[in-house]
Design a binder for this molecule. Structure first.
Ligand code: 26W
Length: 824
């Protein structure tokens, strides 16, 4: 745990008083932006403020790098294709411990601090859970003083901007770098040349040894951009190194001289397209060539960079490489790194295969984030052959040596060989990246206890039998700096006042709130803060959705990517049933409720987009139906993002975590919402299981089938019509969807959703869990009426979320997988 929990002690030159921050801002406005205070725009003030903060960050960054290099300590290298960072300005001010001073400085300059802080565009270089987890992990690694580097891609365009027109999602490019980025340090001097395509040539070298040469390749240049990661309450500043692709030759004059001007320019442009845009799919892999090129590009740059740094260490020797570095594969997306390190060690460094493999199996570790078959990456062999011919040969070699081990354990069992092989037979054959990652990694981990158990029993059952100690659990976590301290300052202040500030870096301390859970005045203050946050969100909803909501009603929130397994459509069916019931008895006394949705669908995901359309269409009708006197409101807030989540989470009272059991690996939104005093309605899925364990069954609204019950029903043969025909509420709700009720008679548009739940087989068993869900929603209605009880439950949720800090998660990775120590 970081040494000083109060104000970090700095022996840096730059002062942090409001006046010195003010002075820094004014200096940058003048000398960095050539602006005077009269003509300066809000963007100019924001940029100058960022530069003033960056000055203070750089001092620590330099000292941290000095310390880490001098210590020769092992570093963890986190390889991820996604980092969903959000905005950095408030986070950096909070972690430097100078937010109050900076706010005072901005006020002194006659500015509204909130406006300056929200001038920053989100760094949206990720799709959802996996990308945000990487961001939370980077914050905890720095705060816990662990030497770490996050490697990734510097996409020019992040996750698309979502616009809702006529209730439907439209995607717009996220040109986040349009005005540049004040936080980035470009390190041209560390640019890397990357090879692609070409062919692998076998030759026998002078001492008769068979060697491979990768020839006739296309070349790209990788330019690194560094983003500082500021630790909280400590002096450590680690960094993200994100690679951008450039054409290798500025301008291929040969082509030009041959009069191929356009070709020359096209060649240049081709180079730049590789890191142009983030793939917006967060579950279904596309198998697109550019995606594989992106994966190999950043992996090749990162492996080169790691080895360059290693070779700078005094008297370096390959056998000590694993003492210098440990690599974490954030899902299979960077797993080609295994073949790349083997290629470099064998082809370029002339190590023997066994030496090289020995190193690989010491340094690699792999985290699996999903069980969904469609999300498991497998590359058609011809495509892999085309893009990475040498790596394919290496994978063949890895596979044949591995299958020998399989044959030893299960002699003559071809089925086992077929199941475990990296190469999936068939036409075409496929390269199964998860198999490569498991075989090469020292440790494999799932992201929640239930998920890891399912990995061991199903997806990787044979691997688990072969390597009984390899698969372990690391339940996800979230950083309390962004997800409580910064996004809910009023609640943080109340907690500081009640139990002291230590919780910010030691979240288990929150348990100290338990004894205040039934205290009337504490309850009132806790509830008042939630009410204030609901008012702020109500204004945002009016501005973004044009819907006025009553902050006195119950705020029920489902915020995450749109996916059928997350069952936003189960939430919607219940809303329709509640509305239809209300129409039957307008006088019915229900707790007024606002159902808040926010979610992006992968552009090519038809059913997900249908669900978005349905939510908006239903909301449209319900929100203007005066017969129900505003008792129900449905809002879909467009363009879900990290910074939008920071506004919704503090205002939430009910957290919807309703995925089909066995489908959500962990979830992390569930942790953020509970930490901020929302009560969860959820299934026994992912980390919900551990959240319920922590907060207590009595403080959690559990419903629905368990994994076993889901599998049993599936095995018995699940027929959604059984539920449709036996449950009037379901029938009526579904018929309204297929009958055009919500779309002024055009029954075409939402019928596909109804069909999906009936003749489509309802793959995520929405109808099977509907009744239990409906009944549990009634329990929530009843519970909310007793605010003394509700506030107690809410306070106990906050108090018992200590386990779900990403500091705890990272500590476990460091102790059980990486074997790294904090560099105090
Ligand atoms: C190949 C396309 C693709 C892209 C991203 C497939 C799969 C992914 C990610 C693994 C999806 C993802 O974000 N998974 C989420 O990871 C979170 C962090 O561990 C978990 O909390 C969520 O349960 C899981 O859905």
């Amino acid at each position: 745990m970081p040494s000083n929990l109060t104000q970090p002690s700095f022996k840096f030159t730059l002062e942090n008083s409001p006046d010195s921050i003010k002075e820094s801002i004014l200096n940058h406005l003048k000398y960095s932006l050539a602006r005077d205070t009269h003509t300066a725009t809000l963007h100019d003030w924001w940029w100058s403020t960022c530069l003033a903060i960056q000055d203070r960050v750089m001092e620590r960054f330099i000292s941290t790098m000095g310390k880490q290099t001098a210590s020769g300590a092992r570093r963890v290298y986190y390889l991820s294709l996604e980092y969903l960072m959000g905005r950095l300005i408030k986070n950096n001010l909070t972690s430097l411990g100078i937010l109050p001073n900076a706010i005072e400085a901005l006020k002194d300059l006659g500015l509204n601090p909130e406006d300056v802080l929200s001038e920053e565009v989100d760094m949206g270089l990720g799709n959802g859970g996996l990308g945000r987890l990487a961001a939370c992990f980077m914050d905890s690694l720095a705060t816990l003083d662990y030497p770490a580097v996050g490697y990734g891609i510097y996409y020019e365009y992040g996750l698309f901007e979502q616009q809702i027109k006529d209730g439907q999602q439209h995607e717009c490019p996220d040109n986040w770098l349009k005005f540049g980025n004040p936080w980035v340090i470009t390190r041209k001097e560390h640019a890397v040349t990357v090879n692609l395509y070409g062919r692998a040539e076998e030759r026998v070298d002078q001492d008769g040894k068979k060697r491979y040469f990768w020839v006739d390749t296309a070349k790209l240049t990788g330019v690194p951009h560094d983003i500082p990661i500021v630790g909280y309450g400590t002096e450590t500043v680690n960094f993200l190194r994100l690679w951008e692709s450039r054409a290798h030759a500025e301008f291929d004059f040969d082509i030009f001289n041959r009069g191929g001007y356009i070709d020359a320019v096209q060649e240049k442009m081709r180079g730049e397209t590789v890191t142009k845009v983030l793939y917006p799919n967060d579950v279904t892999e596309t198998g697109k060539e550019l995606r594989l090129v992106q994966q190999y590009f950043f992996v090749a740059c990162s492996i080169h960079d790691i080895i360059r740094r290693f070779k700078k260490t005094p008297s370096w020797q390959w056998k000590n490489f694993s003492k210098h570095a440990t690599l974490q594969l954030n899902d299979t997306h960077p797993s080609v790194a295994v073949a790349e390190l083997m290629r470099v060690l064998v082809d370029e460094e002339s190590l023997s295969w066994d030496e090289a493999w020995g190193i690989c199996t010491e340094v690699f570790n792999y985290t699996n984030h999903t069980l969904l078959p469609e999300a498991l990456e497998k590359w058609p062999l011809p495509l892999f052959q085309k893009v990475l011919p040498r790596h394919l040969l290496i994978i063949y070699e890895i596979n044949s040596r591995f299958l020998q081990k399989v044959a030893q354990k299960w002699p003559g069992d071809l089925e086992k060989m077929r199941n475990l092989s990296i190469i999936e037979e068939g036409a075409p054959q496929y390269v199964r990246m998860a198999h490569l990652a498991v075989i090469a990694s020292r440790y494999v981990n799932g992201v929640a206890a239930l998920h890891t158990d399912l990995l061991k029993r199903f997806l990787f059952a044979d691997f688990n039998a072969l390597y009984p100690k390899k698969i372990q659990n690391k339940t996800n976590g979230i950083t309390p700096r962004r997800w409580l301290k910064a996004c809910n300052p009023n609640l943080s202040a109340l907690v500081d006042e009640t139990i002291g500030p230590e919780w910010t870096t030691n979240l288990d301390k929150l348990v100290g709130l338990e004894k205040h859970a039934s205290d009337k005045s504490f309850q009132e203050r806790f509830a008042k803060i939630k009410r204030q946050n609901k008012e702020v969100l109500s204004e945002l909803i009016l501005e973004k959705c044009g819907v006025s909501v009553d902050p006195d009603s119950l705020f029920d929130v489902q915020i995450k990517r749109l996916h059928e397994y997350k069952r936003q459509h189960l939430n919607l069916l219940n809303i329709i049933a509640a509305y239809q019931e209300l129409l039957d008895n307008p006088g019915m006394d229900i707790v007024p409720r606002v159902f808040i949705f926010s979610a992006k669908a992968a552009p090519g995901y038809y059913m997900a987009k249908k669900i978005i359309h349905a939510i908006n269409a239903v909301g449209e009708v319900i929100n203007r139906d005066h017969r129900i006197k505003g008792k129900l409101k449905v809002v879909f807030i467009p363009n879900y993002s990290v910074s939008l989540a920071e506004k919704i989470v503090p205002a939430a009272e009910v957290s919807e975590q309703i995925s089909t059991a066995g489908k959500e690996a962990s979830g992390t939104g569930n942790m953020k919402l509970s930490l901020n005093g929302a009560l969860t309605i959820g299934t026994l899925d992912g980390a919900n299981v551990e959240i319920m364990e922590a907060v207590g069954r009595e403080n959690f609204f559990l419903f629905g089938m368990t994994v076993e019950e889901v599998n049993a029903l599936w095995a018995r043969g699940y027929n959604p019509y059984d539920f449709y025909n036996s449950n009037h509420a379901i029938k009526r709700a579904l018929d309204s969807l297929s009958g055009g009720y919500w779309t002024s008679g055009d029954y075409q548009s939402l019928q596909p959703l109804a069909n999906n739940l009936l003749q489509g087989g309802d793959p995520f068993m929405v109808l099977a869990d509907f009744n239990a869900y409906r009944e549990t929603q009634r329990k929530i209605d009843a519970a909310y009426r007793d605010q003394t009880k509700w506030q107690k439950m809410a306070i106990l949720n906050t108090a018992r979320m200590g386990k779900f800090s990403s500091d705890r998660t990272i500590q476990e990775y460091a102790d059980d997988i990486w074997g790294i120590k904090p560099l105090k």
